[in-house]
Design a protein around this ligand. Structure first.
Ligand SMILES: Cc1cc2nc3c(=O)[nH]c(=O)nc-3n(C[C@H](O)[C@H](O)[C@H](O)COP(=O)(O)O)c2cc1C
Length: 394
């Protein structure tokens, strides 16, 4: 086995670990699972710190935490495989990033010539032999020869700023922008089955590109998939009410378990994200609805993430709030500054460790979308929502 050659300990840096994570998180990567077998047991770890090194001879490097069971097994076996995940492999990425006892349970695999497990459905497999291993701080860097490399059709899973996503070619991105704008322009009371062929004709692009855009928009919650069709569905008050009730239940639960325990670093980040949301309302309108929805999403998701449960955060994301909010904000909807006041008060409540105050703000905050809609109706001279008229929230 190659012996580790340590890298000298770090010198002085002006950059904190948190700042570094935040900045380096802008470097988008693909996602792999590094697999190996050792003494009859199989190991695997999700890894994004993978890089090609030279093409002649073909070599790559992989950085694995020294506490990782997979790293220990790779050190022992001297062999591993890199499995490049496909865009629908978020579940696999999450599973192999966890410490569940049998990560391979129910996961279809084959075995590589060097004995490493290969995940079926990956878009590439690289069979590797360790040439050198270097100890660098908390990690080992494994420099390896690539003995076999195979690719398969499919699109890669991407990782950017702590979130999974899909990579897009420039034409895909521009079609997605157009289709997205078309859906948002439809307004929130429209019901329409999307005619893929017609949209492809109007935009002068291949129907496949439209289809890929529709898949992405359905993931975002902007449209709905039903059978093989994609639909723009109306966003009635009842749906907003239902989704916001679920959001409130999650946020209240999170507050209960986190308000007394948030660290000073977490509070500082929460304040930063709250401040990012403040510039988006002026004269009763959102200055940039998309910007608002994104900043609002980052703030709320960070708060939910404080609970430290990936499953809970995933459940929260599945509510599809950004999509719902974007669809609901049509025709230059009315925007209330109370949204921003709530955010400020929430952070102050967290900073004071005051659960009752945080819970009260969360409750009033969950009412804002319907309050704003109600106000919107009044401003437009449309019939107001009777239920809301009957139930003032403050
Ligand atoms: C997207 C993503 C990328 C990751 N990249 C790496 C990486 O490059 N190196 C690493 O050591 N851990 C990485 N991790 C964390 C490991 O997957 C995680 O610590 C895992 O539990 C290790 O499993 P093991 O102890 O069974 O080897 C990553 C996690 C995620 C979600």
């Amino acid at each position: 086995m190659p012996t580790p050659s340590p890298i000298a300990p770090a010198g002085q840096s002006l950059v904190t670990a948190r700042e570094f994570r935040d900045v380096i998180g802008r470097f988008a990567t693909g996602v792999t699972v590094i697999t190996t077998a050792n003494n009859g047991a199989r190991f695997g770890s999700t890894a994004s710190a993978v890089s090609s090194l030279t093409d002649d001879p073909p070599m790559l490097l992989v950085c694995l935490n020294r506490s990782s069971a997979t790293a220990a097994a790779v050190r022992d076996s001297g062999t591993f495989a890199v499995n490049v995940l496909a865009e629908d492999h978020v579940d696999l990425a999450t599973r192999f990033a966890s410490r569940v006892p049998d990560k391979y349970d129910g996961v279809p695999t084959e075995t590589a010539s060097n004995g490493s497990p290969l995940l079926v459905g990956a878009i590439a497999h690289l069979i590797c032999r360790v040439a050198e291993q270097v100890e660098a701080g908390t990690h080992y860097v494994f420099v390896a020869h690539v003995e076999e490399a195979t690719s398969y059709p499919g699109h890669p899973l991407a990782y950017f700023r702590g979130r999974f996503g899909r990579m897009q070619t420039a034409p895909e991105a521009s079609v997605l922008r157009e289709v997205r704008a078309g859906v948002l322009d439809a307004g929130s009371d429209v019901e329409e089955v999307i005619d893929t062929a017609r949209w492809a004709g109007e935009l002068g692009v291949d129907a496949n590109l439209i289809h890929r855009a529709l898949v992405a928009l359905a993931d975002e919650g902007l449209i709905r998939r039903e059978g093989g069709r994609y639909l723009i569905t109306p966003v009635p008050d009842s749906i907003i009410d239902e989704v916001y009730k679920a959001k409130l239940a999650i946020e209240l639960g999170v507050a209960e378990s986190t308000v007394a325990h948030a660290t000073s670093d977490q509070l500082a980040r929460l304040r930063e994200l709250m401040e990012d949301t403040l510039g988006f309302v002026q004269d009763g309108r959102f200055t940039d609805p998309e910007g608002w929805v994104q900043a609002n999403e980052r703030f709320h998701e960070y708060m939910v993430g404080l609970a430290g449960s990936a499953i809970l955060l995933d459940t929260y994301r599945r509510l599809g709030l950004p999509g719902l909010n974007l669809r609901a904000l049509d025709r230059g909807s009315y925007a209330s500054r109370s949204l921003l006041d709530d955010h400020r008060e929430l952070v102050e409540g967290y900073e004071a460790g005051d659960l009752a105050r945080v819970a009260a703000v969360l409750r009033q905050h969950a009412q804002r979308p319907l309050e704003m809609r109600h106000q919107d109706h009044l401003l437009r001279g449309e019939p107001a929502n009777a239920a809301l008229t009957a139930q003032p929230t403050r």
